[in-house]
Design a binder for this molecule. Structure first.
Ligand code: GRA
Length: 383
């Protein structure tokens, strides 16, 4: 089914599919097992233009749009979900710079991020501020020619490998949401230490801690104006959630494909297991989960491409896609049995990676509260 995608978008999808099969698939299991950060792949994906879809040509982008970004994210995640995270680490910071930084910063950093040269990351989460972003404690105190950052960021993708970071911190805590600011900093400076954190899946995407101790951020590193950080953060998350949701569709699809293939091969009780209705029940549910999630992702992406508000639709897509990934990976494991549980086959990796989508970029519960509170009229999602 082509959903009426343009020739251009279909060729982008084809390019991403071939790239994933050729460059990522052969070592996906090994990269996961050995926790390898594929810096070479960050660069290669930059060279083929995967990070430039939503960036204007003047900064080296392709302007293909959010739907193109979603198609690419799905194809990459289908083969290895952890590698999909690289897309958000390069595209997210570039987009935030595009939205609010000085022209000088845009010219200096956006091309480098989307070519995959400067490794990016974004630092929101803290030990006591996960879903509750405004509870963060990191501060940015004005000094003579800039700001002094102090605080601990945790569960940061790329923390130990990034050259640059978008960091959110309070310039004035007393003003709560209106006292948060955003900074774009280079990390090879004194005053920052980092360490890796281990986790259940997404092993080829490093996650860690960034500790700022009297870290000097020059005045030009401020993105937007002081106090605009929280809104910028929500804006940033709305865009990175889309690639994340598309990645979850990729995992849902990989699990469904594995289940269908296996059901057509495995013989038990004298027939292919696909002939059994209990298997058919699971496969039907997997197809529905996957296709519904994909359509929701496409809708959110199309709205973004039409420059229309899409926070609500993005939350719906992110929630549905993460649930689809988790459901499909779990169902695939039921169908494959011991071969699903075995580390020799990818289904156990799909299940480990799928769970991350219910947590990152706003947990399932956060998406649900955004959706329900909009419906109830308590808090509009599209503002
Ligand atoms: O009325 P006001 O002027 O005070 O402004 C309020 C509101 O209008 C203020 O912020 C404004 N605001 C927004 N403005 C524009 C809120 N949301 C938006 C928006 N979307 N756009 C305060 O608003 P509030 O509603 O009272 O805020 P809150 O209750 O403190 O927080 C809201 C919420 C819970 C939704 C938010 O904190 C949130 O989204 N939390 C989830 C955090 C999250 O997603 N973390 C992800 C970390 S990064 C990551 O996971 C990387 C993974 C990489 C990968 O896999 O790709």
């Amino acid at each position: 089914m082509d959903f009426g995608l343009s020739e251009e978008l279909m060729s982008v999808r084809e390019l991403a599919r071939e790239f994933a099969e050729k460059e990522i698939a052969p070592t996906a299991a090994k990269d996961d097992r050995e926790h390898t950060f594929r810096r070479d792949l960050v660069a290669k994906m930059g060279e083929v233009g995967f990070y430039g879809c939503v960036i204007p040509e003047q900064y080296g982008g392709t302007e293909l749009g959010f739907l193109a970004l979603a198609l690419i994210s799905e194809e990459i995640a289908r083969v290895h979900s952890a590698i999909r995270v690289y897309i958000n680490m390069q595209t997210g910071p570039a987009l935030t710079l595009l939205k609010a930084s000085s022209e000088e910063h845009k010219k200096r950093w956006i091309p480098s991020l989307i070519r995959g040269e400067a490794i990016g990351c974004f630092a929101i989460t803290e030990p006591d501020a996960g879903s509750d972003v405004a509870a963060m404690r990191t501060t940015a105190a004005r000094n003579g020619n800039g700001y002094t950052l102090n605080g601990t960021k945790t569960w940061i993708s790329n923390a130990t490998v990034a050259d640059t970071a978008v960091v959110f911190a309070y310039t004035d805590r007393a003003q709560k949401h209106h006292g948060m600011s955003a900074f774009f900093v280079e990390l090879d400076r004194p005053g920052v230490s980092r360490r890796d954190l281990d986790k259940m899946g997404a092993h080829a995407s490093p996650t860690g801690e960034l500790v700022f101790e009297n870290f000097h951020a020059p005045r030009q590193s401020l993105i937007g104006a002081e106090g605009e950080g929280f809104k910028l953060c929500m804006w940033h998350l709305n865009h990175t959630r889309l690639s994340c949701a598309a990645g979850a569709v990729g995992v849902a699809r990989a699990a469904r494909e594995a289940a269908v293939n296996y059901s057509n091969q495995r013989v038990q009780f004298g027939q292919k297991i696909g002939q059994f209705q209990m298997i058919q029940d699971l496969i039907a549910q997997m197809i529905v989960q996957e296709e519904a999630a994909r359509l929701l992702v496409y809708r959110a992406a199309l709205l973004a491409d039409q420059r229309r508000p899409n926070n609500l639709e993005t939350s719906i897509a992110k929630y549905a896609a993460a649930e689809a990934a988790a459901f499909n990976a779990d169902a695939a494991m039921k169908i494959l049995g011991a071969y699903g549980y075995s580390t020799e086959f990818p289904v156990e990796r799909y299940l480990r990676d799928a769970k991350s989508y219910q947590i990152v970029e706003g947990s399932a519960n956060i998406q649900k509260l955004i959706i329900a509170q909009d419906a109830l009229g308590y808090r509009k999602a599209n503002r």
